[in-house]
Design a protein. Structure first.
Length: 109
C-alpha cells in the first residue's frame, strides 16, 4: 500500500537536475519545477533545487528564472584548460565551447 506525501512526513526535499543538458528542455524543466514547488508548498515541505550542467545554454534570464523557482546552486562542469576543454567539448560546427561557458557564467552571476 502506497503512502501519501502527508503520511511520509517529509520536512525537506532536494531535487538535483542532472543528465545530459537539463536546459535543452528549459520550458519543460521549469514547468515541472513549478508543479513540484506547488505540491511541496501545499504540503508544507521545504524544497531546494540544484542543477549540474555544462553552462553553454545558461543565460542571465534563465539564471534569474531558475533562482525564482528555488534553484540554490548550479554546478557547471569544465574540462580543464581552454585548450583541453575545447578539444573535448566541440559543437557540430567544430567550434569549442569554453569561451561561451565562461561568458555565460559571468553574465549569470
Amino acid at each position: 500500500m502506497e503512502k501519501s506525501v502527508e503520511e511520509l512526513h517529509f520536512k525537506r526535499i532536494i531535487v538535483n537536475w542532472t543528465g545530459g543538458e537539463p536546459l535543452l528542455e528549459f520550458k519543460n524543466i521549469t514547468s515541472l519545477m513549478e508543479r513540484i514547488n506547488f505540491i511541496a508548498n501545499k504540503n508544507k515541505i521545504s524544497i531546494d533545487h540544484f542543477m549540474v550542467r555544462n553552462g553553454y545554454l545558461l543565460t542571465s534570464d534563465r539564471a534569474k528564472k531558475l533562482k525564482e523557482l528555488g534553484v540554490k546552486r548550479i554546478q557547471i562542469t569544465i574540462d580543464g584548460s581552454k585548450k583541453s576543454h575545447d578539444q573535448r567539448r566541440i559543437l557540430a560546427n567544430k567550434e569549442g565551447t569554453f569561451d561561451k561557458i565562461i561568458e555565460n557564467i559571468n553574465k549569470s552571476c
